[in-house]
Design a protein. Structure first.
Length: 227
């Protein structure tokens, strides 16, 4: 509720309360005079009772008028707030073009795929050269030897000293990365100002770090020393 509408509600409530109190007091006066007559008080005149009833009727009419005026004031305040809201909506211009965001996202995904396509092409080329040069198959980096320049291979994996190169499953990685990053974004945007925002930031960073590790999986360094 806006300040304008809140003020209208408060003022209306106060005015209605005052008018109702006056009507109740007038009605109570007439009732008291009538009760005195029932109890045998000869000093009460018909004019007093008529005047009290007339005052009560008039006070009730004023209370009804005050209620109507209060409802009109609240309706006018609400309409003013709605008009202001509409003006804010009409004047709003997004800071960023959603179409540009789509373009940026597409270009980022395209760069991602191109990067790993290039990576896989290089790994395939290196494997072909190793095969052509009779680089032997080994179980891992520990099986490398100086006679083969500390190079080796085992299926999809290539060993160069203690570094392992392998092709990347681009489609699978892309699905995994988008899922993890989407979860990270959800952590940060669900309740950005909540008391748990620091934990949300930590959770999002954990997802980002996990994706970075997976993104580097095509080149892994393993402990061990070549022979």
């Amino acid at each position: 509720m806006t300040n304008r509408l809140t003020a209208a509600h408060e003022a209306a409530s106060a005015d209605v309360a005052t008018a109702v109190q006056e009507a109740d007091e007038a009605a109570a006066l007439a009732a008291a005079l009538e009760e005195r007559v029932r109890n045998g008080d000869d000093t009460v005149t018909p004019e007093q009772i008529a005047n009290a009833r007339e005052l009560g009727t008039f006070a009730q009419l004023r209370a009804d008028a005050t209620r109507r005026k209060a409802e009109n004031a609240k309706r006018d305040a609400r309409l003013a707030d709605l008009t202001e809201l509409k003006a804010d909506i009409d004047a709003h211009t997004p800071a960023t073009d959603p179409g540009q965001l789509v373009d940026d996202l597409f270009n980022a995904l395209l760069a991602f795929v191109q990067h790993f396509n290039d990576h896989n092409a290089r790994v395939d080329q290196w494997r072909a050269r190793m095969v052509a040069l009779d680089v032997p198959k080994v179980q891992g980096p520990l099986g490398l030897h100086t006679d083969h320049a500390h190079l080796g291979r085992n299926g999809a994996e290539l060993y160069v000293d203690d570094t392992v190169y392998e092709p990347v499953n681009i489609k699978g990685n892309l699905t995994y990365f988008l899922d993890q990053l989407g979860t990270g974004v959800a952590y940060l945007t669900s309740r950005p100002d909540s008391p748990r925002s620091e934990q949300a930031q930590a959770n999002a960073q954990e997802r980002i770090d996990r994706v970075k590790i997976a993104a580097r999986s095509g080149v892994r360094t393993r402990k061990g020393q070549a022979a």
